[in-house]
Design a protein around this ligand. Sequence first.
Ligand code: FAD
Length: 380
Amino acid sequence: MQRTDSADVIVIGGGIAGTSVAAELADSGGNRPALRVVVLERESRLGYHTTGRSAAIYAPSYGPTTVRALTRASRPAFSTPAPDGTPLTLPRSALFIARADQADAVETLCGEIGDTLQLMTGAQARELCPLLRESYVDQALLDPGTEEIEVALLHETFQRRVRAGGGEIVPDTGVTDIAKAGQDWRVETPKGTFTAPVVVNAAGAWADEIAKLAGVKPVGLQPKRRTALIVDCPEGVSAERWPMVISVDEQFYLKPEAGQLLISPADTTPSPPCDAQPEELDIAICVDRIETAFDLSVRRIAHKWAGLRSFVADGEPVAGYAADAPGFFWLAGQGGYGIQTAPALGRTAAALVRREQIPDDIAAAGVAEASLSPARPGLG
Ligand SMILES: Cc1cc2nc3c(=O)[nH]c(=O)nc-3n(C[C@H](O)[C@H](O)[C@H](O)COP(=O)(O)OP(=O)(O)OC[C@H]3O[C@@H](n4cnc5c(N)ncnc54)[C@H](O)[C@@H]3O)c2cc1C
């Protein structure tokens, strides 16, 4: 049977972005009114796209200025365990490695985020990750502030909060058309029509497509494919306590992953929005770069995938009402940082949807409405 339903807010997209803002909007905590929220997700499984394909790292030193501020502001949420007591993060430092000819890149990284990093020799780096080739690594920078995120648990926690607040998450419900009908937006899906005065566009790589459906000016989102492989650890080696190892110029990374190793060529290939799949060339490049830096021979690829990291021109996220369409709210462009920023970005977006100030703790971390605005210079 076709549905005809109305809500206060319709969120398009059930990834980490859509569920984080929906959780905050459905929450009647404090003295705010809870809003009736409906999340529409095209896939049958939430997290099928980028949210379920990440490297699951919390890295406060990674990304441009506002991303780093949002990541810092998300720290308290990551320190709060899930309702069943399971921690949302696990220890996992990051080690940026450099060859002898990359001393300049080490200096640049030190200049950008030096206060949080510890400079070490190649020998010290190899004590932390013995698989590193002596002939490859000359010096390294250790970031003890990074951690591993339990992404599925974080995502599930947001979904539970949506439902606990009376909200609804509707999978298998792809949005096919969006039009203004009086004060409301009319959102068409194969399951029926949903109406609300506010639509939140949290459609990940498809956010510009959603804007076009609604007749709203796109923000110039560029999805970029990134590949990841799971390979075996050498026989008898336990990698569990190793840091994540990243080349200082972000050409590859390696991370312990449930008894195996996650490796990536850190590719950034432009792509249309799609169900991204790994390309043979990227897999070959990945294996070559990893075998060059590590004493590792990749004999078997246990699992492989690719996902889309979506960016606008300045690399910062977009959160705010469209200037050209009342009630159309953007929540997009989280790039490679959408998990680590989700708690603070979800709260920020919810405040802006409600036309409130950005929460004090997030503003104090350095997040300003103007730097998230879809109307800021350079977008579109
Ligand atoms: C290999 C890789 C490594 C990464 N590593 C990290 C990391 O270590 N740390 C970190 O913080 N971030 C990382 N990221 C980035 C992070 O995963 C993303 O920033 C984040 O998942 C984006 O979430 P999202 O909800 O915007 O997008 P998505 O998870 O893609 O969700 C968007 C949803 O919108 C839905 N949708 C689209 N169109 C429609 C429609 N018409 N109707 C209904 N629904 C629709 C889609 O089906 C999708 O489920 C990584 C990404 C990749 C690919």
